[in-house]
Design a binder for this molecule. Structure first.
Ligand SMILES: [Zn+2]
Length: 99
C-alpha cells in the first residue's frame, strides 16, 4: 500500500493492536497514521482486560449468535467435528432420546 501523505510506495505497515487495526507509514519523516478505533482513547485497555471481556461476551452467546460471526462456523465445525460426531453417535446408541 502506498502512503497518501508522502507518496512512499509500499511503506504502510499494519499492526494489530488491542481490538483495533493500526496502520502507519514506515518512512521516518512521515507521520501518516490511521487507526480503526473511535475517537476515544483505548490505551488504558490492556490485552488481558480485552481478552477477559471478550471471554465474558463470548460466554453469553448461543450457537446461532456464534455461527453468525463470519468464519466462526467453519472454525468451530472443524475444531469440534469429532465431539459433534461422537455426541451424535452416543445419542443414536442410547435410542435417540433427547437428553
Ligand atoms: Zn508516508
Amino acid at each position: 500500500m502506498n502512503c497518501p501523505e508522502c507518496g512512499g510506495v509500499d511503506t504502510i505497515v499494519m499492526r494489530k493492536m488491542v481490538g483495533q487495526l493500526y496502520k502507519f507509514c514506515d518512512v521516518s519523516e512521515c507521520s501518516w497514521e490511521y487507526s480503526t478505533s473511535r475517537n476515544d482513547d483505548y490505551s488504558w485497555v490492556t490485552d488481558e482486560m480485552f481478552d477477559d471481556c471478550l471471554n465474558r461476551i463470548v460466554s453469553g452467546l448461543d450457537g446461532d449468535a456464534l455461527f453468525a460471526i463470519p468464519g466462526a462456523y467453519e472454525l468451530l465445525s472443524e475444531a469440534l467435528n469429532n465431539d459433534v460426531l461422537s455426541a451424535l453417535e452416543e445419542k443414536r446408541d442410547s435410542g435417540g432420546e433427547e437428553e
